[in-house]
Design a binder for this molecule. Structure first.
Ligand code: NAD
Ligand code: IPM
Ligand code: MN
Length: 363
């Protein structure tokens, strides 16, 4: 019997639907080549839905999503709906409700991708960011007291639990050990004298269980400088929610831009579905023009295949992306090309098919 995976698709806002359409195309071709089936169900949630219904997703949205093997999401947020509402009621809600506490973001310079660093070689920029994705600076704990009064006060409290900190650091050690790579922790213990001192302490504690993994620890300010000056220092990296958010946009710039940056929100225990999304936003400045780069969304589709255990198929999709970049014929304007979003998606599909005709079996 053909193996079938159930995928919930949330295209979302702005360029979200444009890039997700191409990702779905590639997944459909991948399924055909591998003799699998993906059953997609689309959910029209996002800012437009909010303007019609007064909410970002259906009331029982989380329950509806729970039965899927994975969620494939475009982007959330659009002018007209305050960002803290749109993001907290859809994207962040899913990450938290489904305990997707690991956010995996490859910062890998592919052949043919534009790099702002002079003379950078692909092997120098090959990092795997593991961002804490459930708490920390994004705990949502706080208050807004005496709102609008002269003495108003806002509190935004970071929450670092032992369980939350240990599990992400342990996941990063496991990943580094499996790959035979070093692990770098990025924190800020000199200024954040509770949360980050605690983080560093737990990193040191867990490190004792993994004597074979070479470790390194940087303060976040120095790390930002080193990512530019000596990117080869970073292999597997573990960091907090907010630092991970910021540093992976920096990393995206190093590896060719936001149009190429992919991310996976993982629930490693598989008690709830995991979610795959490009790390860029809805890009209102280019939405509707058909020029958004779909490669980040396609790369996150490849992360989904890897998560399903279809490693060969996942690598083929990544190899197809790399070939399209290296050919430099069919690329969107952010990569220096003149092609449309759909043309790039079609070219990835074509390259993937050609690759497959040269191989025997894929998954
Ligand atoms: P953005 O990532 O949407 O855009 C930043 C810049 O990168 C823009 O100039 C944009 O045109 C460009 N860009 C992004 N993706 C691109 C692509 N695939 N191809 C070509 N160019 C691309 O960030 P922003 O402008 O700060 O945020 C816009 C909205 O998206 C906000 O509402 C924000 O809250 C939201 N946002 C959502 C997510 C998400 O859903 N995961 C992530 C980031 C921002
Ligand atoms: C990301 C985004 C989100 C984050 C926003 C939109 C809440 O920037 O996935 O990188 O900060 O996690
Ligand atoms: Mn971000």
């Amino acid at each position: 019997m053909t193996k079938a995976y159930k995928i919930a698709v949330i295209p979302g806002d702005g360029i979200g639907p444009e890039v997700i359409r191409e990702g779905v195309k590639v997944l459909e071709k991948a399924a055909e080549l591998a003799g699998l089936r993906f059953d997609f169900q689309c959910f029209p949630w996002g800012c437009e839905y909010y303007l019609q219904h007064g909410r970002m997703m259906a009331e029982d949205g989380i329950e509806q999503l729970r039965q899927f093997d994975a969620i494939y999401l475009g982007a959330v947020g659009y002018p007209g709906v305050p960002d803290h509402i749109s993001l907290w009621d859809l994207l962040l809600k899913i990450r938290k409700e489904f305990d997707q506490y690991v956010n995996i973001r490859p910062i890998k310079l592919l052949e043919g991708a534009p790099c702002p660093l002079k003379d950078a070689r692909t092997e120098q920029i090959d990092m795997l960011f593991i961002r804490e994705n459930s708490e920390g600076e994004y705990s949502g704990a706080g208050d807004w007291l005496y709102k609008g009064k002269e003495h108003e006060v806002v509190l935004q409290t970071s929450v670092f639990s032992r369980k939350g900190t240990e599990r992400i650091i342990r996941y990063a050690f496991e990943t580094a050990r499996k790959r035979g790579k070093s692990l770098t922790s990025i924190s800020k213990g000199n200024a954040l004298n509770y949360s980050m001192v605690f983080w560093d302490q737990i990193f040191a504690e867990v490190a004792r269980e993994y004597p074979e993994v070479r470790t390194c620890s940087y303060l976040v300010d120095a790390a930002s400088m080193l990512m530019i000056k000596q990117p080869e220092r970073f292999e597997v990296v573990v960091t907090s929610n907010l630092f991970g958010d910021i540093l992976t946009d920096l990393g995206a710039a190093l590896a060719g831009g936001l149009g190429l940056a992919a991310g996976a929100n993982i629930n490693p225990e598989k008690t709830c579905p995991s979610m795959f999304e490009p790390i860029h936003g809805s890009a209102p400045d280019i939405a509707g023009k058909g020029i958004a780069n779909p490669l980040a969304a396609i790369w996150s589709a490849s992360q989904m295949l890897e998560f399903f255990g279809l490693e060969k198929l996942a690598s083929s999709v990544l190899a197809a992306i790399e070939q399209v970049l290296a050919e430099h014929k069919v690329l969107t304007p952010d990569m220096g090309g003149r092609a449309s979003t759909a043309e790039v998606g079609d070219r990835v599909v074509e390259v993937l098919s050609n690759m497959h005709s040269k191989m025997e079996t894929l998954p």
